[in-house]
Design a protein around this ligand. Structure first.
Ligand code: ZN
Length: 151
């Protein structure tokens, strides 16, 4: 997991020192503001810039394994299910103030079951084999044959 709180603090410090203006740092793209409004998750944390509104978290998911769905916004509760289904993907959490348009990446982390696709397929074949054994099909034929020869 990568924590961006140091970068966030540095950005805020430069704003409060007057080295950056609020138009420099409160530059949330209209798409991000829309995302925050419709898909964001409310937090208890107040905006560090305008202090007039609580921050909203927007969670993006990226990865080759997601195919055409890479870059989609997800609710935090959806991530557990995704992790059981998808090999590997990266989660980026951005905080947004819908009042002043402050925004900053706060963390990113990698999720996924981590099984390479090839091994998952092999495991599936192994399951099929043991299922066949349960069904009583002859899986130990050579030994059965040698016992028959002894009789
Ligand atoms: Zn704000």
């Amino acid at each position: 997991m990568i924590d961006y709180s140091l970068a966030r603090r540095a950005t805020l410090a430069s704003l409060f020192r007057g080295q950056a203006t609020s138009t420099d740092v409160c530059d949330a793209h209209p798409y991000l503001l829309r995302a925050a409004k419709f898909h964001g998750e409310a937090t208890d944390e107040q905006c560090p810039v305008c202090r007039r509104e609580q921050l909203t978290h927007v969670t993006y998911t990226y990865g080759d394994a997601l195919g055409q769905y890479s870059g989609r916004i997800k609710a935090t509760r959806e991530l557990d299910q995704m992790e059981t289904e998808i090999h590997e993907f990266t989660v980026y959490v951005v905080e947004v103030c819908q009042n002043c348009a402050w925004n900053h990446l706060i963390e990113s982390y990698v999720l996924g079951h981590g099984r390479p696709p090839e091994r998952a397929a092999r495991q599936a074949r192994g399951v099929a084999r043991s299922r066949r054994a349960e069904e009583g099909q002859p899986v130990e034929q050579p030994r059965a044959k040698s016992r028959a020869a002894r009789q």
